[in-house]
Design a protein around this ligand. Sequence first.
Ligand code: BG6
Length: 458
Amino acid sequence: MTKTFPKNFLWGAATSAPQTEGHSLLNGKSASTWDYWFEIAPEKFNENQGPKDTSNVYEMYRQDCQRMQDIGLNSLRTSISWTRLLPDGKNLNQEAVKFYRDYFTCMLDHGVKPIINLFHFDMPMWLMQKGGWESRKAVDAFAFYAKTAFEQFGDLVKMWTTFNEPMVHVECGYLYQFHYPAIVDFKKAVQVGYHTLMAHVCAVKAFRQTITDGQIGIILNISPAYARSDSPQDLAAKQAADLLNTQSFLDPAVKGEIPQELIDLVKLHELTPQVLPEDKALIKAYTVDFIGLNYYQPRRVKAPSQPLTPAKMPENLYEPYDWPEKKINPYRGWEIYPQAIYDVAIMMKEQYNNIPWYVSENGMGVADEERFLNADGMIEDDYRIEFMQDHLEYLYKGIQAGSNCFGYHSWTFVDCWSWLNGYRNRYGFYRVDLDNNFERSIKKSGLWFKEVAHNNGF
Ligand code: BG6
């Protein structure tokens, strides 16, 4: 039986400025924390691959827009680089304005709806030197940047998002050391998360004051927690994991409230952040129009083997559980569990007022894909096709059950640079040849996706 998706369903892909543009210290752009970190510690990055020359979209966007159209994408999410648009946080870089206007216009000319995100882990270095998200100053700086972007591009872009996966810069920067400043401090992590939330809220406020004919949302990573057992201890671990990782942003973004259980949990563990008296009303007033959810893997949890109050790390509240039956993507080390997409769809329907949402990232990173080159020079990535099809099956089921999902974006369009992992794992519909001027070539999954988009299903 054919599975037909809703009318006007978005079939597309997601990516980000720092991972694709290249020219990271050219054309007026100032350094982000990634440029700085690579400069001082290149050995941390896979094969010394830094942020400088990522995939060269800065020069190749016109051909890339044609490639989007060639494989039937009707939408693409990418981000604006804060440090390119406002290199010092205040003054517009006119070359950046021209670049983004041309890029977004070109997408529109090729039938591709731009969904534009404002922050994808790329904190300006000048702001990091003032404390980054630890400082309330970052909230105002971000709101100014957001307003500037809405003013400059609001005529072209009708769908905006404030942050990509805000929990990721919180945990990677302040707990697990995968992002600069790579410190380990639970209390600071909570403060950074809170300021990020307020930056999001203030950007939504700026949006409501600037744009009348568009929509704004936020992109969250979703790894729904599954407890090892129904024991009260394991269930408490699941609840803590969901509160900290999912409800922390999803509840205020959609319902305008931080859950009381989360407020109590951080208080119990002496992690309460500094807040301003007006924040509660701002959170209530500035909720979103839609949600993007990036889904890659579930979170299996069990009761902590070293519970601690106050907790020093999230592992004192919940611990990863190694589910013996799991299927794994060995390159990325992530569990493959498509069924979770159905659970997420039902969660959005039942717990989040059935707000419009879309799968804003889903995909499979694989290393050394040249192994799968066929005689015609095309990568036959059947594993990726299977991965996406399996997830789409469960998404379809969720939509049939009434969940208000309006699109599916794969990660990603052309192979891109991935933070400390450099170019190790590839995700694209198009291969990027690093030895040959970033030349792109279609993979089998790109042709498959074209069919799916064309048929609005499979
Ligand atoms: C998402 C991010 O978490 O996953 C992307 O939004 C990232 O920036 C993608 O590249 C894939 O993960 P990774 O770490 O394998 O690149």
